[in-house]
Design a protein around this ligand. Structure first.
Ligand SMILES: [Zn+2]
Length: 113
């Protein structure tokens, strides 16, 4: 791991994402998965080894230092990659799903899949 390339996983930067917000267990920085990286931003996923919760964090590095925005999620890192570029849900999607759930055959296929 290169300190220059991943400054938020080193030294002071590590404090940004050091502890699980739910159980306060210290994260293993080597368990952080970098899902996407650009010159000044990294999207990372870390799973807590104790409570199995996860956070997805956007780490921004710029002229004024390092900042992060994170959220607790139940998504796996594969889920994040799957959904990050997906289209937004529309009202029609929700209505279609509601109608589909009223169809017994569709409902059974969802439950059995
Ligand atoms: Zn935890």
């Amino acid at each position: 791991m290169q300190a220059k390339k991943y400054p938020y996983l080193q030294g002071e930067g590590l404090k940004l994402i050091s502890y699980c917000p739910l159980c306060n267990t210290q994260y293993n920085p080597l368990a952080a998965k970098i899902l996407e990286e650009r010159e000044d931003a990294h999207l990372i996923h870390i799973e807590c080894r104790r409570c199995n919760s996860s956070i997805v964090a956007l780490i921004l590095t710029g002229g004024i230092g390092i900042s992060s925005v994170g959220l607790i999620t139940d998504l796996t890192s594969d889920d994040v990659l799957k959904f990050k570029d997906a289209d937004d849900l529309t009202l029609d999607d929700v209505l279609d799903f509601h109608l589909a759930l009223q169809n017994d055959l569709v409902l059974k296929s969802i439950i059995n899949s």
